[in-house]
Design a protein around this ligand. Structure first.
Ligand code: FEO
Length: 408
């Protein structure tokens, strides 16, 4: 039985929700599920925008059959070849062998990579600015390389002002019957997962997202149809503003994120004391145990907070395993424009601060505070002053940032 929703009079969502997936891309937990969106336009010609992950193939094929209502499928526009959107492309070609696949040259190559060089399909190659007229609708294609793979393109429906945005503007979380962002309290209930989606999936490619936003700003967008999550028809500017901020690596919160790796609780204790000292100074804080909280959560928080403190025990003469993973994850996501500080611990040779600095300090526009704390097994009573000095330096820096923002 089909499960579809109308986006407009002639555009139907034919995707599916996946609540059984434990780890998206094998690495990001999705406790609230994820949706794979596909849309069918019924104009003089019929157009399917992308397919879905194989996890929801059964409902997808039923949805497409229902939405076509006995008509043939004329075009399949492929925006992105990652298998969460293309795994069922082969199934569409089998069911609708006369369909013309509309894609760019890079995408065509990837289709053959995934489905074999002997795949039979009709292809119409498009490039930036090309137009496809389908009757009442006029579709133009904009290339969006590295948002999030090199072949990615988006489609702008000139007639209705709809941007089919591929991975951009998506979010983790199943739709649960809702389709439009204004059917839920998105900014209260979904922004956190949206940030986690953005930062972990395309966070590395801020410049490329900026390039796409620039192209999008040149057209009037009345609706955004992404490949995951909700369709946007209201408050589009508010969500685009978030993408502007994230893709410029601008913090959203003037405050301090503390992430610690602690084997026996002594490094954790120092992190907790620092958090208390910062709160005493009126500074917003959040604290993570990197061995407990998934890296994707901490990466998202690091994109949100202006100041970051990393506290790690020394382990095998290096950084503790989970902290090492987190720092490399942050570096590979191109984190920048942050003020950072370090706390290290080591019972005989503390070296983790130096090594953490080597990973994070070299990133773009990272200001490393001179103040740091080095523990020998546990925080000594007389080191309370060192924590205070670090709290003073962080609080001063956060307050300076606040003042600069309020005068801008
Ligand atoms: Fe949702 Fe890059 O795939």
């Amino acid at each position: 039985m089909y499960c579809t929703r109308n986006v407009t009079n002639d555009l139907i969502w034919v995707g599916g929700d996946d609540r059984r997936l434990a780890m998206f891309e094998g690495v990001y937990s999705v406790p609230d599920g994820v949706s794979y969106n596909s849309y069918l336009l019924s104009d003089e010609k019929t157009v399917l925008f992308d397919t879905v992950d194989k996890a929801v193939d059964a409902v997808f094929f039923e949805n497409v059959t229902h939405a076509l209502d006995g008509r043939k499928l004329d075009y399949l526009v492929v925006h992105h070849m990652e298998p969460d959107h293309s795994a069922t492309l082969g199934g569409i070609l089998l069911r609708y062998p006369d369909v013309t696949v509309v894609c760019n040259k890079k995408t065509e190559g990837m289709i053959y990579q995934f489905f074999g060089a002997d795949l039979q399909m009709k292809v119409q190659i498009v490039k930036e600015g090309d137009v496809l007229e389908t009757g009442a609708h006029k579709l133009t294609f904009l290339m969006a390389p590295m948002v999030h793979w090199p072949e990615v393109m988006v489609t702008y429906d000139v007639t209705d002002g709809i941007l089919f945005s591929a991975d951009a503007f998506g979010t983790f979380g199943a739709l649960n019957g809702a389709l439009f962002a204004d059917e839920v309290d998105f900014f209260a209930d979904y922004l956190k997962e949206s940030r986690r989606y953005y930062t972990n999936i395309v966070g590395k490619y801020g410049a490329q997202v900026q390039a796409l936003l620039k192209k999008a700003a040149a057209v009037e967008i009345r609706m955004i149809c992404p490949l995951h999550g909700f369709v946007w028809r209201r408050d589009i500017g508010d969500y685009v503003a978030k993408y502007q901020q994230w893709s410029r690596y601008e913090p959203e919160v003037d405050g301090v994120m503390i992430a610690y790796a602690s084997v026996y609780g002594n490094t954790e204790n120092a992190a907790n004391i620092l958090a208390c000292r910062l709160r005493d100074r009126g500074i917003r804080t959040t604290v993570f145990d990197v061995s407990v909280t998934a890296s994707s959560e901490i990466v998202a928080a690091a994109f949100a907070y202006s100041h970051l403190v990393f506290a790690s025990t020394t382990y095998n003469a290096g950084i503790f395993i989970t902290m090492d993973e987190l720092l490399r994850d942050l570096a590979s996501h191109n984190l920048q424009n942050r003020t950072v500080a370090f706390i290290e611990n080591g019972s005989w040779a503390a070296t983790s601060a130096k090594q953490m600095r080597e990973i994070i300090g070299g990133l773009k526009n990272i200001n490393v505070l001179e103040e740091s704390v080095s523990l020998k097994s546990a925080l000594r009573t007389d080191q309370g002053e060192e924590i205070d000095r670090l709290a003073d330096a962080l609080a001063g820096s956060v307050q300076t940032r606040r003042r600069m923002e309020s005068t801008n």
